[in-house]
Each structure stands twice: as C-alpha cells, then as structure tokens.
Design a protein around this ligand. Sequence first.
Ligand code: ARG
Length: 457
Amino acid sequence: MAKKMWAGRFQKATDTAVNDFNSSLPFDCRMYKQDIEGSIAHSTMLAEQGIISKEDAESIREGLLSILEDINSGNLTFDSDAEDIHMFIEEELTNRIGDAGKRLHTGRSRNDQVALDQRLYLVDECCDILELIDDLVNALISIAYDNLETYMPGYTHLQRAQPITYAHYLSAYIEMFLRDQERIEAAAVRANVSPLGSGALAGTTYPLNRARVADILGMSDVTGNSLDGVADRDFAIEFASAASIFMMHLSRLSEELILHSSQEFKFIELDDAYSTGSSMMPQKKNPDVAELTRGKTGRVYGDLVSLLVIMKGLPLTYNKDMQEVQESMFDVIDTIKGVLVPFTGMIRTMTINSERMEEAALGGFTNATDLADYLVRKGMPFRETHAVSGKLVHYCIENKTTLEKLDLKTLKEFSEFFEEDVYEAISLETCVNKRVIPGAPAPSAVKEYLDSLIVSE
Ligand code: ARG
C-alpha cells in the first residue's frame, strides 16, 4: 500500500478495513475533470501571485493535462489504494513531474478542494439536466399544438368535472416543468461560487487571489466565510430539493400516463418500443417506463432526506460524514438523467386517442356547470341554477341520457328560462371555446400560451 501523504504523524499504517471504509475513490473518481480544472486554476493563480514559480505552474499544468488525457483515454485507471480522487491525482502528478507536484497543494486543503469539485461537478451536471428537461418540454409543446381541439374531461377527485382539451392538460405539466427548470437553474447559480481559499477552515496566510481562481473557473463569486466555505453542502441539498419537486411532477404525469393507457381509459397508447410484456400473460402491454419513473421518485426523495439528515447535526466545520453527501448527490443526478431519456421518448412516440377522450368528455355531464351558467345569463340567480342543473343531471342518470339530448319541453319542466339556444350553450365545443381568458382551455387561449413559450425561448 502506498504511503499516505499525511503519514508523518502516524506510527502505524492504516488498517486495510479502515482504508477501504474510508476511501471515496470508487465514487468521487467521477469528479476527476473538475479536480484537475480546479488544480490548474489554483496553480495558475499561485504563480501569478509569486507563491510558486512560473515554471512549476507550467509543469503542474502539463502534468495535470496529461493525467486528464490518460484518464479520458483509459490509459490511467483509478488505483484503489488512494484515499480519494484528490490524493490520487496529486500522487500521480508528483510521480510524473516530481517536486513541482508537491507544490500544487500550497495554500489549499482537501476541505476546500472537495467543496469546489462538488460545486463544479454539480453545475456541469445541471447544464445537462436542464437540456434534457428542454427536450421533454419541447416534446410536450409539440403534442399540445397537435391537440388544441382534442376535447377531454378535466377531473377533480378523479371524477369528471369540466371539459378541457389535451393541449390544455399537457400545458399544465409544461408549466410545472418550466418552474422546475428555474429551480434547478437557481440551485446551479448559487452553487457556482468558489470556496477555494477557505483552506482547511481558517483561510490561509498565503496571499491568494481568490477572485482570480473563481474567474478562471467561470464561477460568479467567492464564498464569504472560510468556515462556511468548507462546512456547508446546502448547494447539494438545494439541488436535490429542486430535483425532488421535479420528480414529484414527473411522477404525477407518470401516474396519469399509466391510468390513461389502461383499458378503462384508453386515452393514449404507449408505443411498443416504450412498453414491455408479461412473461405469463400474452395480452399484456405494460407502462414500465412510467411506473419506474414513479418508483424512482421515491429514490430521489430518499437521497434528499439522506442529505438533510447527514448534515443536520454536524458541528462546524468539516466532518468526514460529509463525504456521504457525494453519493446521494450523484444518485440524484444519475437517477434524473436515467429517467429523462426514456421518458421523453415514451412521450414523443405515444398515440393520442382523441375519440375516446371526447367520448369521455361527453359522457360525464361535464357541461352541467355551463348549463347553470346559461340560466344565470337568462336571469336566474346562480344558486338556483345550480340546483336546477343538479336535478337535470339526476333526471338524465335515471333516464340513461345526457343533458344535451333532452328536448326543450322536458327542459322547460325544470325551468321556464330554457330556450332553443341552450343546445349551443352546452355543447362541448362551446363549453371549452368560450373559456378564452389567459390560462383557460379554449384552443385560442392555449395556442397563445404555447406561442408565448416559443417566443420567450
Ligand atoms: N474525500 C473527502 C470528502 O469527500 C475529502 C476531504 C477530506 N478532508 C479531510 N479533512 N479528511 O469529504
């Protein structure tokens, strides 16, 4: 086993079991690019400040770039002996360039280094995730445009309530996902601040130029307190929390895709390429992608709770417990990225059964509110019209018919206010098309909403 960099103070080698238990290399190795990027920025600044020589900084840079290249090409694999990615890269650098490598860590601690790497990594991943959500939103927008006049029932209590359109329905999810993007982006913006210079906890006596390092790394600022810089992981928690809300929305959509693709609803059909079969029942076509997405939502919540609980009792500043933050944060990232590609594919390829949706909208007395509103327009007080409409619904249920099928004579038995124009007033088209205020389901209103998204992009 290689000698530890901190072995000076110790009389014994680390127990092998402790070494394995302690090592974060198996999971933090994924931050190698960010670690190298951070080290190049740090050493560049050290030379600019006259803390190390320009030659040393140059050989550190070349050495680190050669390590990056070798890891990328698979020529350098992660030695399981190293304690973490930071030690691994520093040891490898010193092996390659000698003494200059030993100067890299001047004015730096792994405590500020790991905080930096995690922030950089998270910001990079957030960019990918935001693009993947863009793809999903674009897929939904395009289906919405195609279904501006696809009438369906809107539900409360999972009971048919009022008619809407499929475009209007999908736009609700578009709104949710757009807010999710804002939240994830805000988390990334707040994470994009450099803790380097915090040292182990109390800064350093070297005249570091912290702002310069942040600038090289494309970070917007430096952290304002060295204790906070090494001790907090709220950026990871904020991201996991935005991610959990996003997954909650995705899970609700999944639940509805599962319902809507059932034989009972038949509103949509998922493409064969995005469904699975049963090993026993030949007729089955299962919505596994939607179900797994719903399931993985629980997993992301679990990660969020882990993060909150890991951090809640830790005294300032750094504690080894915080190493655990990485795995939960990585798991949120991997889960979201893993979900989004198949999910968007499933959305893009599904078939919309507009006839079934319209049939359902016609069948559930979803125009009962509009019938009451019609009587209001004719001069009756709303509370009375509500009762008349309710009685008519009851009558229809008893007689196995629907409101729009009743003749005028029957309607007049319930209220003198009914006239021939009632049929037009309670047709599905009228019920939807008259709801033209912003945010409402009329095709014109939804189109305007969708157009506004394209323009604002
Ligand atoms: N692998 C460690 C982590 O992820 C790096 C920081 C180690 N710092 C220390 N004081 N032991 O937290």
